[in-house]
Design a binder for this molecule. Sequence first.
Ligand code: COA
Length: 162
Amino acid sequence: MKIIYPGSFDPVTKGHMDIIKRISEKFDEVIVACLVNSEKQTMFSLEERVSILNEEIENYKITNVEVKAFEGLLVDFAASVGCTMIARGLRAISDYEYEWQIAHINSSLNNDLETIFLVANSKYSYISSSIVKEIIRYDGDISNFVSENVELRIKKKLKIIQ
Ligand code: COA
């Protein structure tokens, strides 16, 4: 069975990778759907986010994961790849309301779609991509939250290093 893990991944964190790794162990195929979110001003372009995700997946040596970019409705993307399962991580109770709404919207648009929630690893339950970007802007240590590769990519983007 295959499952979609959607998100903006700007950039991918260790929290996201923890979810990807866990679903890759339970499902035959994982499609990481990297979103063009018109409401979010991203640090990395869609191409960059997809390539960073691919680098991470290679570094984690996960073989049954494919990264795809998508624009538009998640239900349409799911139909286009023939998938009826969506995975989302729940970091805290505050995520639940938003996730509950999205899950209901998606299932009302396509009754076959099922959303499953994974409880985020407690080590990463308080981080987000925006927080990581904010910490690094003030020269804080983000090594617990993103890989070395992602840290380098952010530093290059912010021209902290060449
Ligand atoms: N570890 C670390 N951070 C995590 C995380 C985890 N396990 N899970 C979520 N986050 C963070 C992300 O880093 C992100 O942080 P940021 O806002 O600082 O960038 C934040 O939580 C939530 O972002 P993300 O998971 O990337 O979701 P999103 O809100 O950008 O998008 C979609 C959610 C993709 C499911 C939804 O927007 C969607 O389906 N869009 C398509 C349009 C559509 O179909 N709309 C109708 C349904 S709403």
